[in-house]
Design a protein around this ligand. Structure first.
Ligand SMILES: N[C@@H](CCC(=O)N[C@@H](CS)C(=O)NCC(=O)O)C(=O)O
Length: 335
């Protein structure tokens, strides 16, 4: 089926809001410039006159037609390089013929303070998003495709030699680039949390906050992540390996529990970036790993009641709830 393009081919439009008369036209436009709706993470849907996607809270409203700037900026590339589509703050790319240089440019054409390179499922990226949200900082998320190893592309490696997400560019600070999620949390806390809402000021507490961040980065993240890999992704199911990592999950919940039975938050008597650093991997585990049965008869509220209550307090915080909902919504659309 052929559709009439919305914008004339050959026209380079920057920062243009495209008003589509009807969704088939938008699809036609995308096809013409080399983007195919079927290959987008968020499928285009038909609804009356137009499309608009709102990933937040899983509310998908297809209202007035808006496909924003990024698309328009690639018009004229005759089917090559048109890889990004921006839907209300999230840059979502097609998985073919990626124009890496534009994906990883330092440009802040999106007008937000930060670019966040992240992944639809990866807890570490959402962790950073939650702190950006909590501090009211503006950011544009670019979701890298792990299947085509975009995180290992030379363009991303130039920003982040570790080739993993998250990576941020702070356009408000001379395009300062930073990677490692907890280093990013500390940077955001120290530089932009001027009222010290999410950090601590007492010197001993600062070291304790670092202790928890290091524990998260070395103890929780890698072990929970490896458990996830061997349960969900590794082609060979190796019981001894799965056993080792799932045991480590319960051990780490035990460490947290031993502290949280005595206090509401990890440090400073309030929620800090230390608490926030744990929440996405805990959420991931509860949602994706526990239901597989590999953690046995794991019962969060029964086995780790103080940790479960802490997790519930954290996930009720609007910024954290928002990114959890956004993640769920995007995963649902991908499936
Ligand atoms: N210690 C790193 C871990 C980063 C990490 O492992 N990220 C995962 C996603 S949550 C990733 O990029 N995986 C892809 C890969 O390993 O290539 C951090 O906290 O930022």
């Amino acid at each position: 089926m052929s559709y009439k393009p919305v914008l004339p081919i050959g026209q380079k439009e920057k920062n243009t809001l495209i008003n589509a008369p009807a969704s088939p036209y938008v699809e036609g436009y995308l096809e013409t410039i080399g983007l195919f709706p079927a290959q987008l993470h968020v499928p285009l849907q038909e609804a009356g006159n137009s499309i608009v996607s709102d990933c937040l809270g899983c509310a998908i409203g297809w209202g007035s037609a808006r496909l924003s700037a990024t698309l328009g900026s690639y018009v004229g590339d005759s089917g090559r390089g048109a890889q990004q589509k921006s839907l209300q703050g999230s840059t979502i790319k097609a998985s073919h013929e990626t124009d890496m240089s534009s994906l990883f440019s330092l440009s802040m054409s999106h007008g937000k303070q930060f670019t966040l390179y992240t992944h639809v499922g990866g807890p570490n990226g959402w962790k950073v998003a939650s702190v950006l949200e909590e501090l009211g900082l503006t950011y544009e998320s670019t979701y890298l495709n792990f299947q085509s190893a975009e995180q290992k592309s030379p363009e991303h490696l130039r920003l982040n030699p570790n080739g993993r997400i998250p990576t941020i560019i702070d356009h408000g600070n001379n395009d300062f680039v930073l990677w490692e999620s907890d280093a990013i949390l500390l940077y955001l806390g120290e530089k932009y949390d001027t009222r010290k809402r999410l950090t601590v000021t007492d010197e001993s507490e600062k070291h304790q906050m670092l202790q928890w961040l290091f524990f998260q980065a070395s103890g929780q993240g890698p072990y929970f992540g490896q458990a996830a890999w061997f349960i969900r992704s590794n082609p060979e199911k190796i019981p001894s390996v799965i056993n080792r990592y799932t045991k480590e999950i319960t051990r780490i919940f035990g460490v947290l529990e031993s502290v949280l039975v005595k206090q509401e938050w990890l440090v400073g008597g309030k929620m800090t970036i230390a608490d926030m650093s744990f929440v996405m991997f805990n959420h991931f585990t509860l949602v994706h790993l526990v239901p597989t049965g590999h953690l046995g008869d794991f019962d969060f509220w029964k086995d780790f009641p103080a940790t479960a209550a802490w997790h519930a307090r954290l996930t009720a915080i609007p910024s954290i709830k928002k990114v959890i909902d956004q993640r769920a919504c995007m995963l649902q659309k991908e499936s």
